[in-house]
Design a protein around this ligand. Structure first.
Ligand SMILES: [Ca+2]
Length: 313
């Protein structure tokens, strides 16, 4: 290693260097602080807040699809004038695992299902007679979907669909890709891009239906809560399912999926209208349940639970 040149004192050298560094920092202090503020602002804007306005392109598309301007404006008043970044990330990055469903086949959960079935056996029996769907299957669906309404989700349903439908806007999409990349997602993969496309298209269709239901079925969208995936009520319906299969079983003049009678009849009607009938083979029952939720672990859990309930009643 080369020794210090005789003419240079190392202590003095470092003191001089520190002094120069301090002088540079002092000189550019304002610039450095400004850069830090800009970086923090950018992080806050991109990832840590929900402060992305609903794009005008979404409002235009809704208008073009026949939703009156007045209704669009009424829907997107604060706090529904912004996109929820967290909801989008959850929807575009979620991966279902078998373990998601295993917990429903424990003895504790089965006891809960049995107790609920016995308590409301008259309602479930009447519904079974009309739609031919065994009461055990309906009870299993209501339990797995929302634990009989105890766990229907607390996300604003309007925000879920507005946020997903906004993915068709190229600026929103760019921001979401940037945030997802920071979260470790492979945003360049074709699979990810296709998922964004699918969610945008699906979100728009459901949002359109939801806005229409607000008028036709007198639903208070500002109060409607559900899962991060946009499902609501005891049977966890999406808006188009509510529209197509919702049943007013208690006869109060409206479909209310938080009411057991309406919820159970609507779930049974869903299966019935998709082909359920008496004495179905196991394979056929699995196929029809997948119309309700396109997941093999889900369908096997529902049938597994209902078989156990039948055996132990
Ligand atoms: Ca009703």
């Amino acid at each position: 290693m080369a020794p210090w040149p005789m003419a240079v004192n190392p202590v003095k050298f470092f003191n001089q260097r520190d002094f120069r560094a301090r002088r540079i920092v002092r000189k550019h202090l304002v610039l450095i602080i400004s850069c830090c503020v800009l970086i923090l602002f950018s992080l806050f804007r991109d990832g840590f807040s929900a402060n992305i306005q609903i794009p005008i392109t979404l409002k235009n598309n809704l208008s073009k699809s026949g939703i009156p301007q007045k209704e669009i404006q009424a829907c997107f008043k604060a706090p529904f004038d912004k996109i929820e970044v967290g909801i989008i990330l959850k929807n575009v990055t979620h991966k279902e695992t078998l373990a998601d469903y295993r917990r429903f086949l424990t003895e504790k959960t089965l006891r809960k299902a049995r107790k609920y079935l016995l308590k409301h056996v008259k309602i479930f029996s009447e519904i079974e007679q009309t739609f031919h769907v065994p009461k055990e299957v309906i009870v299993s669906i209501l339990l797995v979907e929302s634990s009989f309404g105890e766990n229907g989700g607390n996300y604003p349903v309007l925000s879920v669909y507005t946020s997903l439908a906004s993915l068709s806007d190229k600026d929103v999409r760019k921001k979401i890709r940037r945030i997802a990349a920071k979260a470790g997602e492979d945003v360049r993969a074709k699979r990810f891009r296709r998922r964004l496309d699918r969610k945008a298209k699906w979100g728009f269709k459901e949002l359109r239906c939801l806005i229409r239901l607000k008028e036709e079925r007198k639903i208070d969208l500002s109060a409607l809560r559900g899962s991060w995936a946009g499902a609501f009520g005891m049977p966890q319906f999406i808006p188009t399912s509510f529209d197509a299969y919702g049943v007013d079983w208690d006869g109060d003049g409206r479909v209310n999926l938080d009411s057991l009678q309406d919820a159970a009849a609507s779930a049974a009607n869903y299966l019935y209208r998709n082909g359920w009938k008496k004495f179905l083979a196991h394979k056929e029952a699995l196929r029809i349940i997948k119309f309700y939720n396109l997941s093999h672990p889900y369908a096997t859990t529902i049938l597994g639970m209902s078989e156990k309930l039948k055996k132990t009643r």
